[in-house]
Design a protein around this ligand. Structure first.
Ligand code: PEP
Ligand code: MG
Length: 323
């Protein structure tokens, strides 16, 4: 099987009738880059920048960040790298920024922290902008909850560009995307989409927040399921509204790495999937075994299911039939 999958490395990810789905890898550590390249990923759909911050004992400075980011951008050029601004908080705490909260996943995390600390955010933005000419870079903002936050973040991106221009450095205008991973953002998809170039659904957090199930709590792990009808409904809404605004939608949560999840996402019209490199060839094989019409039908049927189990069993059966 590994051999059969390996042969797919340089084949396109297309459905039987030729619809192409872009497959990207998720990354965070420089050590992930090689597996991502070897998996045949068409780029990086999610570069989690918090990892270099977590492995140090202080905030990495601007020059150090430029070096790290540039290495990632260069490795993948000319393929796109989607770099997400700091998503610290929740379960990812910096030893040098101690925060004590009763509900960290509902607390000071992601964009919230960046907006409260514009000096940290601007340093990261300038570092990204300065490294950007080395590759094909897209910026992604995590944990967008309100349109006001998004507008403030877009303003700071502009400010970082002006600061660089004032220093006589080239400051590219990068495509910007918003993560849809908080339920409020699902219901404001159109307003968010109008302000950015693309959307990326984080199904890990979206599932956690829609189902009120801590993504890391073993006691409720049985309830954590991205195939829950409410999650599927939310994703369907996001895709429809984003497409109505002419914006592409990617999915970068674990759901994209699950064959059942990936089929349903493609059936719902998702344009790009990003996953850990280890899952990529398997997902490519799955997508190449189905027609667009089949994936659409599975997604439509799932839409009317009342329970997750019905959906999973039906799609698994379809996967078995496909071989
Ligand atoms: C997600 O929430 O689905 C996601 C991709 O981001 P992270 O897992 O880093 O929170
Ligand atoms: Mg997330």
């Amino acid at each position: 099987l590994t051999e059969r999958l390996g042969a797919l490395r340089d084949e396109p990810a297309v459905t039987l009738d030729g619809r192409s789905i872009t497959l990207y890898a998720n990354t965070g550590l420089l050590a992930d880059l090689d597996p991502a390249l070897r998996s045949g990923a068409e780029g990086i759909g999610l570069y989690r920048t918090e990892l270099p911050f977590l492995t140090r004992d202080r905030f990495p400075g601007e020059a150090e960040q430029v070096r790290i980011y540039r290495q990632v951008f260069e490795t993948f050029a000319p393929r796109p790298v989607t770099i997400r601004t700091l998503d610290i908080g929740g379960d990812k705490l910096l030893p040098y920024l101690p925060v004590h909260e009763d509900n960290p996943f509902l607390g000071w995390r992601g964009l919230r922290l960046s907006l409260d600390h514009p000096e940290i955010f601007l340093t990261q933005l300038r570092a990204i902008l300065r490294a950007a000419p080395a590759g094909n870079v897209r910026l992604l903002l995590p944990m967008v909850t309100t349109v006001e936050e998004l507008d403030e973040a877009l303003g700071l991106i502009e400010r970082a560009r002006k600061e660089l221009a004032a220093l006589g450095e080239s400051a590219p205008e990068l495509p910007v995307g918003a993560m849809i991973e908080v339920p409020s953002a699902v219901f404001q998809t159109a307003a968010i989409a109008r302000r950015v170039n693309f959307l990326s659904i984080g199904t890990n957090d979206l599932t956690q927040y829609l189902l009120a199930v801590d993504r890391n709590n073993a006691r409720v792990a049985g309830l954590f399921d991205s195939l829950h009808p409410a999650v599927l409904h939310a994703i369907g809404t996001v895709v429809a509204e984003a497409h109505a605004e002419g914006r592409p939608v990617s999915v970068c949560g674990e759901m994209a790495a699950d064959p059942v999840g990936a089929l349903l996402l493609v059936g719902m019209g998702v344009d790009e999937l990003s996953m850990s490199a280890g899952a990529l060839l398997r997902i490519k094989w799955v997508l190449r075994s189905f027609s667009t019409a089949q994936t659409r039908e599975l997604a439509e049927l799932a839409r009317n299911d009342e329970c997750t189990r019905t959906t999973r069993e039906r799609v698994e059966e379809a996967l078995l039939e496909a071989g």
